[in-house]
Design a protein around this ligand. Structure first.
Ligand SMILES: Cc1cc2nc3c(=O)[nH]c(=O)nc-3n(C[C@H](O)[C@H](O)[C@H](O)COP(=O)(O)OP(=O)(O)OC[C@H]3O[C@@H](n4cnc5c(N)ncnc54)[C@H](O)[C@@H]3O)c2cc1C
Length: 468
């Protein structure tokens, strides 16, 4: 069976078989059978990672999306235990069924921006983050995980029970066991008001502190993507969200663009970047002052078949061009280095002649719960979606651009996200993740037969020079 990731579609992988268990017993049996047959397993949620973390060529493959049930809701403490194949729509709906003391319902604190169908298991395995201004990555919101280990046995892992495994599983890319379920810490649901500014980067950091002092909980900065514009990467739409008690006339109002407008904007970002930013800024400015629920405000429009629409939208009088998709990279720098990084990034992107289709700056607080943290400090997070043609030159150009961007981030005391690709060199991996070799050693300790594997794991084992 040929599987691929959803967004970049650059990881076609033939696996031996796919199974989609729907009970814990069946999940354990998959691991036990794999052990009897001497096979390894890869595991996927919604297949949005882009470095081959969820696939292993010629091995068995576990699709977790059949496991999405609520197991337990503690409405007193705001704890929701749910199966790990649940995506954010399922999780948000389940949290709304739990009434917090005081009568309001519970809600998630954060989720990824830009995609909702990703699963809880996949989100924990990448230690994902949202657009909180003062939040640690998702691991901070996880009370415990129920893991099926390499023997097919069930283990509860938390900060106090099997604590080392807990830290390894958060951001552990499925290498330490199958996450059957997790308990998510919720927050009382609240409404927020959107506050929008068009700002230069130089002012944006001050604006962030001002907004935080003012009580804003969420925010991001979407920057200019037109390299011909003098403010390329340095001017942007800064949207923040401040708690409010005022209700909105339309309680169900969506905070994001409708699908048609989203696609139109995406096309414009390929064809007329100046106009795309103008429209985007107009949309945001027109929603200044609108109020939303803080949890559903984080839902986003995303069309998984976006690439088919772009690729089919070519002039009929010409031979079709090569297939193209977007590849994401995320880079972290200490907050006071953000302007220096963006100046370097603008140089890299122009020199490498790659196109940014969209990009954002967000904030993160230092992670204190995962073994392999990407948020090693309080960082500014810079995300680039690069247009990538599926030709050898197109792929090489994107890879080279990301390597340069990682170098720029590292030189400023930063890091990069492991989930989006595997272009980093050995030196870059070790610079950003000094404990990477220990991480691999702990993997072999907990899973000596490599029952859980992936092409991403094999790549990194080879990169580190270990024999498998
Ligand atoms: C358009 C887009 C926007 C994004 N935005 C953000 C963002 O704002 N913030 C952010 O942090 N990330 C973001 N991401 C990255 C995303 O959060 C991660 O790639 C996440 O892992 C995807 O979840 P998934 O369910 O698709 O997992 P998959 O891609 O299916 O798997 C990812 C990893 O998790 C493992 N895994 C999945 N389920 C389980 C399980 N039950 N048990 C054990 N291991 C498991 C897999 O083996 C693999 O290693 C974005 C990605 C895309 C494509």
């Amino acid at each position: 069976m040929l599987l691929n990731d959803v967004h970049s579609q650059l990881n076609p992988t033939t696996v031996a078989w796919v199974t989609r268990p729907t009970t814990l017993a069946a999940l354990c049996e998959v691991v036990k059978q794999a052990k009897r047959r001497g096979m390894s397993l890869s595991v996927a949620g919604a297949r949005h990672a882009m470095g081959g973390q969820q696939f292993a060529a010629q091995q068995g493959h576990v699709d977790m999306t059949g496991l999405q049930h609520v197991l337990h809701g503690d409405a007193q403490r705001g704890l929701l235990q749910i199966e790990a194949g649940a995506n954010w729509h399922h999780i948000i709906a389940a949290s709304h069924h739990m009434l917090a003391p005081g009568g309001t319902s519970w809600a998630i604190r954060q989720k990824q921006t830009g995609v909702d169908e990703v699963t809880l298991g996949g989100s924990i395995s990448a230690n994902a983050h949202g657009r909180g201004l003062l939040m640690q990555p998702l691991g901070a919101d996880i009370e415990d995980v129920t893991l099926v280990d390499a023997e097919g046995d069930v283990l509860l892992c938390s900060r106090t029970q099997n604590a080392e495994l807990f830290a390894l599983v958060i951001g552990g890319y499925g290498l330490f066991g199958l996450i059957y379920a997790a308990t998510l810490r919720l927050v009382p649901r609240q409404r927020v008001r959107r506050v929008v500014d068009i700002l230069d980067l130089a002012d944006a950091m001050h604006a962030v502190y001002r907004r935080v002092d003012d009580g804003c909980l969420y925010g991001d900065f979407q920057f200019v993507i037109d390299p011909k514009d003098d403010s390329f990467l340095h001017r942007g739409v800064f949207a923040c969200y401040k708690p409010t008690t005022e209700p909105e006339a339309d309680e169900a109002a969506s905070a994001d663009l409708q699908p048609e407008a989203w696609l139109q904007l995406l096309k414009l970002a390929h064809e007329d970047k100046a106009q795309a930013f103008k429209l985007y800024a107009q949309h945001y400015l027109s929603t200044h002052g609108h109020t939303y629920w803080a949890d559903t405000m984080q839902l986003s429009t995303y069309i998984p078949s976006y690439a088919d629409v772009l690729n089919s939208d070519q002039p009929t009088d010409r031979a079709p061009g090569p297939r193209q998709t977007l590849v994401i990279g995320e880079h972290y720098v200490p907050r006071d280095q953000i302007a220096a990084f963006m100046t370097q990034a603008a140089r890299v992107l122009k020199a490498q002649n790659v196109e940014v289709i969209y990009g954002t700056i967000r904030a993160i607080l230092q992670d204190d719960c995962s073994f392999l943290p990407w948020a090693k400090k309080d960082y500014a997070c810079v995300i680039f979606n690069l247009r990538t043609f599926h030709t050898p030159q197109g792929k090489a150009r994107t890879a080279e651009a990301f390597r340069h961007l990682i170098d720029a981030a590292l030189a400023l005391g930063g890091s990069y996200f492991l989930t989006y690709h595997r272009y980093a060199t050995r030196a870059q991996v070790l610079h950003a993740y000094p404990q990477f070799e220990t991480f691999l050693a702990r993997k072999r300790h907990f899973d000596p037969q490599e029952r859980f594997t992936s092409d991403w794991y094999r790549h990194h084992v080879a990169l580190m020079g270990h024999s498998r």
